[in-house]
Design a protein around this ligand. Sequence first.
Ligand code: HEM
Length: 141
Amino acid sequence: MALTAGEVPVATALEELIRFDAPLQLFERTATSDVEVAGALVRSGEVVACLMGSANRDAAVFGDDPRTGADAFDVSRDPNPHVGFGLGRHFCLGAPLARVELEITVRRLLERFPGVTPAAAPPRRPTWVLRGLESLDVHLA
Ligand code: HEM
């Protein structure tokens, strides 16, 4: 199934893009009291890094099938319980806006340039908390 062929809703594909290559790879939490997390004691004042990019590739959630599992890019994945926008009390306040902006941008791009393809492997920014591309050159024909 392909996004460019209109076989997959843009909104569905966007969720997989955010899962597969999480723009925010990790965030930190500081314990305000002693707390046990998954059998490990975190003492008050200690900092814990939560690796959302890793959680988004959790085979226990997404499976390990090479074609559809955690490490596969499945553009039609639905449902897609990723944590690319975080989870719980601090779930991304801007998620609805980000989703609308992305959907409109990608839909308009595909409407105008249905044959759009990458021109080359895009260079990545030299960062790993906020992940992304330095640039993305495309052929529009
Ligand atoms: C694809 C785009 C975006 C991604 C992947 C993203 C991801 C995230 C994640 C993972 C968190 C949770 C951080 C944590 O728990 O410490 C977060 C929080 C937040 N995001 Fe986003 N975000 C995006 C776009 C936006 C936009 C467009 C806005 C505002 C217009 C926004 C505003 C916020 C705010 C205010 C919080 C803090 C919420 C809180 O702590 O209660 N985000 N975001």
